[in-house]
Design a binder for this molecule. Sequence first.
Ligand SMILES: C[S@@+](CC[C@H](N)C(=O)[O-])C[C@H]1O[C@@H](n2cnc3c(N)ncnc32)[C@H](O)[C@@H]1O
Length: 315
Amino acid sequence: MTNTDLASCPTECFQSDVLAGLSQPQKRVPSKYFYDAAGSQLFDAITRLPEYYPTRTELGILRANAVAMAERCGPHCLLIELGAGSLNKVRWLLDRLDHPAAYVPVDVSEDYLVEAAAALVDDYPALNVIPLAADFTRRFQLPQLPAARRVVFFPGSTIGNFDPRQADLLLRRIARLVGLGGGCLLGIDLQKDTSVLEQAYNDSAGVTAAFNRNLLVRINRELGADFDPAAFRHCAFYNRKLSRIEMHLVSEIAQRVHLGRYVFDFRAGESIHTENSYKYDIGEFAGRAAACGIRFDNSWTDPRENFAVLWLTAN
Ligand SMILES: C[S@@+](CC[C@H](N)C(=O)[O-])C[C@H]1O[C@@H](n2cnc3c(N)ncnc32)[C@H](O)[C@@H]1O
């Protein structure tokens, strides 16, 4: 059974976020709404694409350094994973951890979380798995948890989906969640060649485009809008000035979209900004984390320094 805290943000939150975002001069929708069950499956397919280097690179780093990471976590830790998704990466850590007190995967994609947690329980029958369906950008209630040293696992450079101010809020939230002396193992994607970055978000099979358009399919289904997803083109590019990949859905034609009693007009070429993925420099990120009460202690990278996993300690 999943613990759920999403009751505090039902469809009304989705609707008010979409209405507010589409009313901005640059139309936007928060990227967390990508992840209904279909969106989570599409994201999983993205992680297996040849162009999408982050997942296999981070997995390589975890595989190569799992012993050192598990040592940092310490015996009997309580492991909390934010944006847990498929629960694949954590297996490398679980295999090395010394009798973890419990594992708490947190994700906004409830059905997908339930399925992934059931598969994990089958493979780790001795592990106390406590899945929590919650939005980590909002205040969420943790269920009753064993008293133990807390470690947050936050892989996938999911923190890169947040602008610097929101990322700082998240880092402060993580520091509070683990408490003094608690740890955080956090994956960040690093700055690199524009062509490598742009290919990763513009795969030749069109899976990222389908993932992006699925947002409109979800808005139609759950909020009763009348978007024509085929009339929007996937667009992803690197904004070098802001060190971020931006994903947009670009209206191919001038068109009008209805959502309840609201009407949104699109000019041909006008976009909805659907995601950012910030690319970092380790030193700069460490400085930001320190200012948020969680100090940088160590990092592991791949030989090409494409991706890094950081160890942070709350102080
Ligand atoms: C980029 S994917 C990463 C998935 C996985 N951790 C990995 O490394 O492959 C982001 C994950 O975070 C979840 N997510 C995004 N925003 C969230 C939020 N505000 N609260 C909880 N989960 C969120 C999504 O459902 C998705 O599983």
